[in-house]
Design a protein around this ligand. Sequence first.
Ligand code: ZN
Length: 620
Amino acid sequence: MKTYLICLLLALAIISAIVISEYIKQGPSLGGENGSVETLNTTAATNVSEGTPNENITTNVSTEMPNETGTTNVSDETSNITITTNVSGGTLNVNGTTNVSTGTSNGTGTTNISGGTSDVTVTTISTPDNSCINQSTGIERMDIFDSHVHVPSSISASQMISEMDAAGVSMANLYTDASRSLAAIAQYPGRFITFADTPDSPEPSTWLTQGQAFVTSAEAQLKTGKYYGIGEANLRYWGGNGSAPTLKINVPADNSIWLQLVDLSAKYHVPISFHFVPDDPVANVAFERMMNYNKDAIILWCHLAFDGDPLNRTALNDYLLRYPNLYFDTAGFQNMQNPIPENNSNWARLANQSNDQGQGQGGMNNTQGQCPCQGQGGMNNTQGPDQGGQQQGQGGMNNTQGQCPCQGQGGMNNTQGPDQGGQQQGQDQGQNGVNNQSGQLNEEWRQFFETWNARILFATDAGGGTNSLERWLNYVNNTVEGATPDAVGHWRHLFGNLEYNTARNILNSNAKVLLLKEQKLPYNYSVTFDRNCYSISISSNSSVSGFRFDQDTKDIRFTVADSTGVNGSANITLPTALGGNFTASVDGQSVQIKKVSNSTFTIINIEYTGGIKTVVINVA
Ligand SMILES: [Zn+2]
């Protein structure tokens, strides 16, 4: 509003100035000190754009009496403009139209009229609002790096490329067969990478039975620079599908050959990846020894650890807190079949689905409908599975709340039934069914992925398992029986429930950092204050999540997650327009900040110890 008044005042002053100066030229018959008459009733238009700061505009006018229509367009004027119009003697009749767009400012204006009559009408036509509204998340088009696929002999490189292109996957990490992987890399440079293979053929754990010779050859491969990691090795692996899996491989993780490979991971700064199911106390002891053995190794634990065993979020969280060099990939999920996944499958756990499908429940959770712009409203729609039909009516009702500033995102998932009351339940159910084909991310799992977003790599495991070819053929479409159709699409849909930066990290950025050694990207957020959209970015080695900006207090809040004992730090880049004085706290304890500013940005640095912590920046 302040901006507005100033724009208005500026416009008014300009109009006055024009009017006045025109009139001076004209010299009204009414007389006045300047005398002669030329023209009257002129139309003047003034366009002011890109005004510079700290301007002083002074117009001194004496004697005037125009009847003027002026149009003033003010765009992009910047701050600290001082306008002084001094009028003495005369009559001023001005009809002005002011079009104001993108004004920001701390201007001051003074119009002094003495001895005259002022009759001014100013009509303001547009009321610009440059808030960051309706920004699409873009996750549905986000680039994907599939960090774990296999190359069965039955698929060609060109088939993989066409599946990847259709799925929006720009790069894939190829496992299993070194010669096929290298051939595919040569044929499609920039689309594939591979690791130094740890083969299970011609017999299980061939890499282990080859012993020292294998370590030597693996190091020779790494030295070439053509290999981006070591693996995927099978340390503890259940084979077979469904009801009667059998333990196919069980290698103690602290065996000396494996530990030497772990050393190579540290020495060449490449990940070492493996399949290990932590379901046996004895195997787990050896595994913990391995994990503690060389903290400079980069550990990439495939299949979110549990593979076919029930996913255990508490255990994953515990591992991440204890091992700062540990990353997980999401490879190997199946059972996303339409219309609903198999009960008790790991996909059903993540996607919060069951055979009850949550009709109408969406609405109930929408009452949470917080509208804090993350599309959480939508995501909560799925939580409902348990609430049953009696809540359906509320569903519709509460959905109407959904008209928060953040409709774009929330709206995606809110689509079921914003307006349908109880009588529309039938339709609501149907539409929910459509979304249920890939489900909404379970809220607790959403928090897990958000919290640890820098430590999880997206992967499908296409080409893996006994249905290896089918997994590739159904990477995007529903081409064959025997594998989940549209595996990538199911994941993309599920991760559409994540905040943008989080989804970006998991879907592509973490793989680029960990495998390609690209620089970690900052977390970027758009915030609105004073009707304008600004960006705030956070650079940190931690997983940053849960960013909130309070438009009224301008306080900033986010979560950082690191392993215990790690020293974390974050640089927060803020627009100077936000203010200049900051204080910060971590988990409620105030912390020191270091601050650097220029005319546009302020960068503040904070440090904290590991764990999952809440950071609050207060703007004074
Ligand atoms: Zn695999």
